[in-house]
Design a protein around this ligand. Structure first.
Ligand code: ZN
Length: 96
């Protein structure tokens, strides 16, 4: 499985930095936040019925990048679209 290139990691770090998301963990106030080396792809549903209907079928996904605390494990997800990084998800699919 392809890992993030140095350029991709730098683009993510830059986009998060522009939103003032960096530095120490907001939960334990101790650990450093690191970019998770891969995309998170939560899916969007509006209730239990849709969970069953979308299993193996059409799904609405919400590509995100995650950061996690090295000390406590706190993890936060950020929308690639909102960060202006949706193209990274498309490019990653080419290598899948
Ligand atoms: Zn922490």
């Amino acid at each position: 499985m392809a890992k993030f290139s140095k350029e991709t990691t730098e683009r993510i770090a830059s986009a998060l930095g522009k939103k003032n998301i960096n530095g120490r963990c907001p939960m334990c106030h101790d650990g450093l936040l690191k970019i998770v080396d891969g995309f998170f792809v939560p899916r969007i549903v509006h209730g239990l019925v849709e969970v069953h209907l979308t299993f193996g079928g059409e799904q609405t996904i919400y590509p995100c990048v995650g950061i996690t605390c090295e000390t406590c494990g706190y993890t936060a997800l950020f929308s690639l679209a909102v960060l202006g990084l949706a193209d990274l998800f498309q490019e990653g699919g080419k290598n899948a």
